[in-house]
Design a protein around this ligand. Structure first.
Ligand SMILES: O=C(O)CCC(=O)C(=O)O
Ligand SMILES: [Fe+2]
Length: 284
């Protein structure tokens, strides 16, 4: 069945899934629906093997990329550890950013030995959702590539307050090739929940596309109140390890404080998309 998708629809704002076949059967162009925020997310269950999720965490510990959960290091109190290159953090210095991205690609070329490459899984699924476009790692006109994806490891109490992500609208970056895309999405693969006893709330996506007028509500941390008064719908994303979701990062979204003994670990990408662009760029 094809969901009705206008704001006046009786059908509430629900993600589509649980796999590419079903999504493609429901929507001729699922990414266009995401761009218009007709749906909160494309949610693909078991895109990646949960056993490989566990191997991956062990690999991170073996390689010293994250803290050993059995060793308490009083000098290391970080609530977030990144494995990969972030344009948001490093984009102020393009040379440094691109050099760092090359190091990440070198690291990732051996990191997944003996297991399915989760970055490949994520790109493959995205490509399957957009058969008419070419999905590839974002690159500058001279061919130099951005970081392909990033692991984010969040420890107890780490929170993302309501925000959006958008290279030009929010970060005001115009000197990178990815600025050309009208729409920005995120792809998030759950590697580990903070509490192994059940699916954790990963993020809350609000049915509200950012505009300049909304910025004060966000900056002054009044969005929750605003959403309540306006009766803005939201969708709470709950994932098991191996589940993957894509959402429009211009929809105001947040991640409640991580709570649990284990870190919440995700593999994340940003995605540049435009209806009239034959390429889809992926970066972190
Ligand atoms: O960790 C997440 O699920 C989402 C984090 C976030 O805000 C983003 O990737 O844009
Ligand atoms: Fe975000």
């Amino acid at each position: 069945m094809r969901y009705r998708s206008t704001a006046s629809s009786q059908v509430s704002w629900r993600p589509i899934g649980p796999d590419v076949e079903e999504v493609s059967a429901q929507y001729a162009d699922p990414l266009a629906a995401l761009a218009r925020a007709e749906i909160p997310a494309i949610l693909l269950r078991e895109a990646y093997d949960p056993a490989d999720c566990r191997f991956l965490i062990e690999r991170f510990v073996e390689r010293g990329l994250i803290r050993d959960p059995l060793v308490d290091d009083p000098d290391d109190q970080r609530t977030r550890i990144d494995i990969g290159t972030s344009l948001g953090n490093k984009g102020g210095d393009k040379e440094d950013f691109l050099a760092n991205a090359a190091e990440t690609r070198a690291l990732f070329s051996t990191l997944f030995a003996g297991m399915q490459d989760p970055v490949e899984t994520l790109y493959e699924r995205l490509q399957a959702l957009a058969p008419d476009k070419k999905v590839q790692t974002a690159r500058e006109p001279d061919g130099r590539q951005y970081g392909p994806a990033i692991f984010r490891v969040h420890y107890d109490s780490h929170t993302y307050k309501p925000h959006i992500d958008h290279v030009s609208l929010r970060e005001k970056r115009f000197d990178y090739e990815v600025s050309r895309f009208t729409h920005q999405f995120a792809g998030i693969l759950c590697v580990q929940n903070a509490d192994a006893r059940g699916p954790g709330v990963q993020s809350i996506v609000h049915r509200c596309l950012w505009t300049e007028e909304l910025q004060p509500q966000i900056a002054e941390q009044r969005f929750a109140e605003y959403a309540e008064v306006q009766g803005i719908e939201n969708f709470r994303v709950e994932l098991e390890p191996g589940d993957l979701y894509f959402f429009n990062t211009r929809c105001i979204h947040e991640v409640p404080a991580v709570s649990g003994d284990d870190p919440r670990v995700v593999l994340a990408v940003f995605i540049g998309y435009a209806e009239d662009d034959g390429e889809i760029y992926v970066w972190s």
